[in-house]
Write a protein that binds this ligand. Sequence first.
Ligand code: AGP
Length: 603
Amino acid sequence: MCGIVGFIGDKEKKQILIDGLRELEYRGYDSAGIAVMDCCNISVFKAVGKIVNLEHKMKDVEFNGFGVGIGHTRWATHGKPTELNAHPHLGEFSYVVHNGIIENYQELKTFLISKGRVFLSQTDTEVIVHLFEYNLSLVEDCFNAFEKTINELKGAFAILLMTKKESDKIFFAKQGSPLIVGKSNLNEIYFSSSDAPLIGHVDDVIYLEDGEYGFAKLSEISIFKNFIKIDVAPKKLPNNKQFAQKSGFRFFMEKEIYEQSQVIADTMIGRVKDSLVHFEELENIDISKFNSIKICACGTSYHSALVGSYLFERVSKIQTSVEIASEFRYKEPLLHENTLFIVISQSGETADTLEALKMAKHANMITVAICNVDNSSMVRVADFSILTRAGIEKGVASTKAFTTQVMVLWMMALHFAQIKKVVNSEFIEKEILAMRESSNIIKVKEFYHEKVKRLSKRYLHGHGFFFIGRDVFYPLALEGALKLKEISYLHAEGYPAGEMKHGPIALADSELFTVALMPKNILHDKIKSNVEELSARDATILSISPIEFNLSDDFIKTTDTEHFMLEFFEMSMILQLFAMEISIRLGNDVDMPRNLAKSVTVE
Ligand code: AGP
């Protein structure tokens, strides 16, 4: 998804902007661009593909001395990923970068063309800069023209605009897309659409809220809302940049799979006590008020939501439903105040999930965000939030964010069960024991990784994969299939094992690969007979289980534990390695798979 950086100051600007864009690469993009202005000259560079292409184009230039610069990574929405469509976009004397979507761009464009403006790109963004320059011809003051422009835009945006008419400033606005601004000790100004590019440059930042806009110049940040200047207190910027490096692993995804043991432990700190689970974050929720829970999410977070629904019903005895956020938004859902509304999101910026959250708030529901990014939009909108503490996740294919989400849901289920007194102390003790073991079980053991590496070479062809499981292993099957398709581009489907005979089994033959999740502690015999049915049709079976299964073609023997959630975490790690090793053998870009973005901030 698109990323924004900006800088005002004396330092060499090319490197600052390029480095900033690099920190945003993990979000996914297909072109990048930079514009730098000193006094009244503007230089602009754009390139399709990776940032290294942009860097190559800029290899002979440097921008020392005072100036302002803006940069952008673009993930194509309106118009193809071409240089012409890459940001920054030019008017006659101004440049703009933008994240989000201008919904009324078509009517604005028609109007501006009628006023003689010439458009070069197919993007919605270009209207912003033309509208600004048109408004400037009416009001003759840059800030007023910018303010007027912002008020005429509909949709979601984070905008940085610079103009030769006031060459020491950057004008900015935020509505629905994240934007952060900070001032360094030397009074330079840094902008970014997320924390990472700012780390090391500034200590305190302002996370702009929807409806805020303004301008910045050396040593000054002026913020406005509804035509009135406002004071906004800066917040401390996190400084853990070590998460942003690969630490010797081949890919961020690999590093993140290995990190799971640590982050699962971090997720439990202060929450799993000796004899109970406690969430300070939820202290003010009266759970007895709710007779049901609804969870909304997308993609991998939707899969963890499904796991949560099994746990809330089984452990907390609370009826739970789960919806894909993009479906939920338009189905005219019936929302009741006695339903607790939960959203789950790694990024906290996913447009559909954010909108679902806003709908629930609007219906006066109590809302909780389970999220990995503090200060993200969802964390700020929800009544309560629980951070998953997975650290920055750079691989587009989510791994540690998923397992920490599941950990949080498991802890929440027990937390609610304790409060509702629907479980006895013996049960709680067993659960806590298992929770404490999770961090160990998910640790990548060398022999698993080796085994998966060797196995992977047999799964590079065929006409598709079925991942099958039952109970919480059904959402895990969905997740295993999603991981594989995201980074290997092979067709894979997740299915509840009991459903295979209702149709999909028709596909079974030796070229159909079935990955069967066969835990010991839940419905082992049931899934065994489902897999036997597939084996009888000659499907190629890879079974993952602590119990030997003699009909499998390949077998990964997992640890013999006494809790299904421990089996769940171990199998999660194995499926992630499986997808990654296949992707590596196919020569794909594991961390930045084609067509995907880390944070989907458009509908
Ligand atoms: C996960 O591997 C995906 N890339 C994707 O499905 C992701 O989980 C989805 O877009 C939701 O993102 P979120 O958790 O940041 O809301």
